[in-house]
Every structure is written in structure tokens, then in C-alpha cells.
Design a protein around this ligand. Structure first.
Ligand code: SF4
Length: 319
């Protein structure tokens, strides 16, 4: 598990004790890669009534795409605006076209093709990342996405949030853990790389439940993981619930301790894309401590050093 001479975690080049996203991008592309978040104008089945209304209770009106481009701009305009700013900051950098807002495989195949195809022959786009829900993956759509691998790397970002169906119901996910497993299996059947999202601090989840989510997800055939703290932001159902009857949210210390413990159960070859959230801070109600992301990441590093632990050092394969 450890690099031989330096006593370093082998999937990090900056003394972290988990598989950093930076390490992954550098190893695969050998240069600076930046993500450009896009809004292709899709919706979600738990918003438009096909499964439910209102979306997940924590989700902002932008469909978890607070940093995505403006829907009124076409996709190439969105991409060019952001990528040219990034190129000034990091001259020569290349890009991931990230279909972030809402459910980007929820719609007719033609609409999905029309959204993605402009990026397939762009020299400076190395990867296309597509955020979606596990219950919005038909065989036709997955076959199409797999067929794009000859042009670009394709990453599918799959929202799960929790393995616990009772929490899934409370947060209005409108899909079960089993449906997640079915979607994942289909994607992996076509050899598509998958990044899974989970959230810590969902209402009424215990520490044991959150740990169990990490332990179970850390065993799956996935390639990357994003761990978020629950953000309570204005104009969401969650904000009303919280204002009416404050449920317990994790303290900063609890979050750090929990994430460190979760990492220990996650297979060491799973890339950790995120360990903090990415909500719109202007609208943030709680937890206010989450604003200082860099210090949280530093304290996660410190805690891992203090415990002398690493990603996956408690991982036990059980199937
Ligand atoms: S599925 Fe994703 S984008 Fe849609 S409502 Fe839930 S969190 Fe928001």
C-alpha cells in the first residue's frame, strides 16, 4: 500500500494519505486539467413529476449546478467563456467538459447527443464528465456513451448520497439503492468509468449509517468518489425543514473524524475527487464552518497523520 522508499501513499504526489484527484489527472494527462461546468438544460424525474416533484430536498433550483454555465447561453458559449478565463490563469491547460446541472441522461437520446457532440472533436477537451442519476440510464443511452470512448475519456458521475433507502425517501431521491446498483452494473458492463457522490450529515442519519455507506460504496466497482458535507441552502425544502425543526448537523470536528474513518474503509485505488462540498456560499444557512474548505482538507491530512492511517488501511473485501 505504501510507496516503498518514501513511506508515502502511492496515489498522491503531495503527502496526502488518500488517492488525490490531482494525482489521477497528472498521471493520466501529464498536464494541468481544469473542469468546465455546463448546464445543458436537462431536468430531473423527481422534479418534473415523472417520479416526483420538487427534486431532492437539499438541491438548489440550479439542479446542483451552481457553478455551471447559464442555461440561456448555448453550450459552446458556456464552455468558451469559462475555458478562456481558465487558460489565462493556467496557460496551456486542457479541459474536462462537465455536464453538471441536473440529470444529463434524462431525455431523448437525440437531445443527449446534441449536447455532447460539439465537444467530441475539440482538441483541448480531454474528458467528458456526465452527471446523472442511476435510474436514468437506458441500454441505448449507455451504449451511446460507451461508443464515445474512441473520441474522449468518458466519466459518469452517479448521485447516490446514501445507501439507506429510508433516508433516500426522506430526501426525495425517488430511487432505491438497488436501482443505483443496477445503473452502476450497466455502466460497468460497458466499461464506463464511474464517480459516485455521497453526502455526510443527511437528516437523521447516525454516524454508523454514514460509515456504512462509505464501507459499502468503498467495496463497489467504482473508479472515483466524491464525499460531500450536507449544505443547507436558502430556497430549498431542506431549508424549510431545518428552520422549522433544527435537526442535528455535524460539527466540523465530527465531519473531519468521520471522513478520516470513512477513507480507511474505502479501497485504496478509488480516486477521492472531493472531501468537501461545493454549494453556493451566498445562500448557505448551515454549516457555516464548511466555508473554509482548505482548512478542512488540511485538518483531514493532520488527523490522518496523527492516527498514522491511510485510505483503505481498514478495507476488508467481503464479497
Ligand atoms: S437528482 Fe441531482 S440534480 Fe436532480 S434534484 Fe436530485 S440532487 Fe438535484
Amino acid at each position: 500500500m505504501l510507496g516503498d522508499k518514501m513511506n508515502k501513499f502511492k496515489y498522491s504526489n503531495d503527502n496526502k494519505r488518500y488517492y488525490t484527484y490531482n494525482y489521477f489527472l497528472k498521471s493520466r494527462y501529464h498536464k494541468k486539467i481544469a473542469k468546465v461546468s455546463l448546464n445543458a438544460g436537462f431536468t430531473c424525474p423527481n422534479r418534473d413529476g415523472s417520479k416526483g416533484y420538487g427534486g431532492c430536498i437539499f438541491c438548489s433550483s440550479s439542479g446542483s449546478g451552481d457553478y455551471a454555465g447559464h442555461i440561456q447561453d448555448d453550450l459552446l458559449t458556456q464552455f468558451n467563456d469559462v475555458s478562456s478565463m481558465m487558460s489565462q490563469k493556467w496557460p496551456g491547460c486542457e479541459f474536462i467538459a462537465y455536464f453538471q446541472a441536473n440529470t444529463n441522461t434524462y431525455g431523448p437520446l437525440d437531445k443527449i447527443k446534441k449536447a455532447i457532440e460539439p465537444f467530441l472533436d475539440m482538441e483541448n477537451v480531454k474528458e467528458i464528465a456526465i452527471a446523472t442519476r442511476p435510474d436514468c440510464l437506458s441500454k441505448d443511452i449507455v451504449e451511446y456513451l460507451a461508443s464515445l470512448k474512441k473520441y474522449k475519456d468518458i466519466y459518469i458521475e452517479l448521485g447516490l448520497q446514501t445507501i439507506h433507502d429510508q433516508t433516500g425517501q426522506f430526501i426525495n431521491r425517488q430511487h432505491t439503492y438497488q436501482e443505483f446498483l443496477d445503473g452502476l452494473q450497466l455502466l460497468r458492463h460497458y466499461n464506463l468509468e464511474v464517480c459516485v457522490h455521497i453526502i455526510n450529515g443527511l437528516p437523521y442519519e447516525t454516524k454508523e449509517m454514514m460509515l456504512e455507506t462509505a464501507k459499502v460504496v468503498g467495496q463497489l466497482d467504482i473508479q472515483a468518489l466524491k464525499i460531500h458535507m450536507l449544505y443547507i441552502v436558502e430556497n430549498t425544502k431542506l431549508a424549510s425543514i431545518y428552520k422549522e425543526n433544527k435537526f442535528k448537523i455535524l460539527s466540523r470536528e465530527e465531519y473531519i473524524d468521520l471522513v478520516v474513518e470513512q477513507l480507511r474503509y474505502i479501497r485504496e485505488d478509488i480516486i477521492i475527487e472531493r472531501l468537501t462540498g461545493d454549494g453556493k456560499l451566498d445562500d448557505l444557512i448551515a454549516p457555516m464552518w464548511s466555508i473554509k474548505k482548505v482548512t478542512i482538507l488540511n485538518d483531514i491530512d493532520k488527523k490522518m497523520k496523527e492516527l498514522d492511517c491511510y485510505q483503505g488501511d481498514l478495507y476488508v473485501k467481503n464479497h
